[in-house]
Design a protein around this ligand. Structure first.
Ligand SMILES: *[C@@H]1O[C@H](CO)[C@@H](O)[C@H](O)[C@H]1NC(C)=O
Ligand SMILES: *[C@@H]1O[C@H](CO)[C@@H](O)[C@H](O)[C@H]1NC(C)=O
Ligand SMILES: *[C@@H]1O[C@H](CO)[C@@H](O)[C@H](O)[C@H]1NC(C)=O
Ligand SMILES: *[C@@H]1O[C@H](CO)[C@@H](O)[C@H](O)[C@H]1NC(C)=O
Length: 388
């Protein structure tokens, strides 16, 4: 298993984090949307799937970076302040979208693949491979230190989790049959922009125009998803990107910031919209090409914007201000260890920290994927997929 790193830049990053100047934002606005609430729903539905495998970045990371050399980890209080398992490395007060979704499908909270305790029959429910700062490309997030890029996450599945599952299935089911009854959930690509293409030190813009870069990412993504299909996975939930311009960090760091009228950064949101459209086309293509496979496209962008637009309806009082952090929108100084910057009532906040949504938002969003309306889930929602 390989982990990419560039240690020298890490010290630099940590200094930057403390600077109150917005011009640095592009450099360190890593980790996109993440988060969630304490996952309290009890597992009462019989599981409709044998296992679930999650691929992603800090939006879904359950603590896979904890023992890596990286600035992109959250294994310190107050992260996890409302979570049933406490502080785990999730960038959230509670559960991530993945935690809420795996709970909704009846599998409970999935183990982190890189946790040494993840072995034995526990892996029969699947595993979460998401790694903060990572992306589809190997060099995405290099400024943060070590992380598991998508290819390393796939290697974690084939080298660690599948052999462990094979040792524990025990009822004569073959791995292929088992995987055919499993669900892959992938939310990848945000950091290929946020911690790669848009970072001033990235070399990708010298190789690709933005539309070419989109196509390059999609080519890589198709190859990676086909690897999962070739292992026997048939059911896939593929998420588009979140409105990356709507994070408190992005808004507070904008040169156009207005206290009376905070606005999402439209340039970054346009990138998310354009890339997501390509992801949707990819899903359509894979459904045609790969026999017996079901790929769902999740319009995460629209689901998130709907929650933003109707924040009061969902009980949120604070839309663009982070719960944990300090400075403008609580987003200039990050949510750090032992710094008492935590709001008292997390359910009132859409954002837990300057980059990641709160547990309350993650719960709402996961429910939308599970049983949400069909315009945003193409061509069906997760509940319907699992009945096939
Ligand atoms: C990442 O690196 C591995 C190992 O060198 C390589 O096999 C893989 O193709 C690379 N992935 C991408 C997306 O470039
Ligand atoms: C700030 O506003 C100006 C004028 O409306 C616009 O041209 C520019 O793109 C905005 N900058 C950002 C980062 O949104
Ligand atoms: C959100 O609100 C804006 C402005 O009112 C509107 O243009 C947009 O269509 C709304 N989007 C969603 C998904 O509700
Ligand atoms: C916290 O906020 C939620 C949502 O606005 C509200 O329903 C709840 O009563 C609040 N809890 C406390 C202890 O104030």
């Amino acid at each position: 298993m390989y982990i990419l790193s560039e240690r020298s830049s890490l010290r630099h990053l940590v200094c930057v984090v403390f600077m109150e100047t917005s011009s640095w934002f592009l450099l360190f606005s890593f980790l996109v949307f993440i988060g969630d609430v304490a996952v309290s729903t009890s597992v009462s539905v019989p599981s409709q799937v044998r296992a679930m495998f999650v691929f992603g970045d800090s939006l879904l990371d359950p603590g896979n970076n904890n023992n890596l050399f990286t600035a992109a980890k959250a294994n310190y209080y107050p992260h996890g302040i409302d979570f049933s398992q406490g502080t785990t490395g999730r960038f959230c007060n509670g559960g991530t979208i993945a935690d809420h979704l795996s709970t909704l499908v009846g599998l409970g909270i999935l183990p982190a693949f890189n946790n040494p305790n993840t072995k034995g029959t526990n892996v029969l429910r699947g595993a979460n491979f998401a790694s903060s700062a990572s992306g589809l490309l190997n060099d995405t997030g290099v400024n943060y230190g070590d992380r598991f890029p998508m290819d390393a996450q796939l290697e974690g599945l084939t080298e660690k989790i599948l052999p462990e599952m094979a040792r524990n299935i025990g009822d004569g089911t073959t791995m292929e049959e088992y995987l055919a009854k499993s669900l892959v959930y992938s939310n990848m690509g945000s950091n290929d922009f946020i911690t790669n293409y848009l970072v001033l030190t990235s070399y990708e813009p010298t190789l690709y125009t933005l539309p070419e870069y989109h196509n390059h990412l999609i080519d890589v993504y198709i190859r990676q998803l086909k690897e999962l299909y070739n292992l026997g996975v048939k059911k896939f939930l593929i998420s588009g990107l979140a409105p990356l311009g709507c994070t408190p960090s992005r808004i507070a760091g904008s040169p156009n910031y207005s206290e009376s009228n905070p606005k999402c950064a439209d340039d970054i949101n346009q990138i998310a919209i354009q890339f997501s459209a390509k992801v949707k086309t990819m899903v359509h293509k894979l459904n045609k090409e790969l026999v017996g496979a079901y790929f769902l496209y999740w319009d995460l962008y629209t689901d998130m914007i709907e929650v933003l637009n109707r924040s009061a309806y969902y009980g949120f009082k604070h839309v663009y201000t982070a719960c944990c952090g300090a400075g403008r929108l609580n987003s200039i100084i990050l949510c750090l260890p032992n710094v008492p910057f935590v709001c008292p009532n997390r359910s009132e906040y859409m954002f837990w920290d300057p980059f990641h949504p709160s547990d309350a938002v993650n719960a709402i969003i996961a429910k939308k994927a599970y049983s949400g309306k069909l315009q945003n889930m193409y061509p069906m929602n997760v509940q319907q997929l699992l009945q096939l």
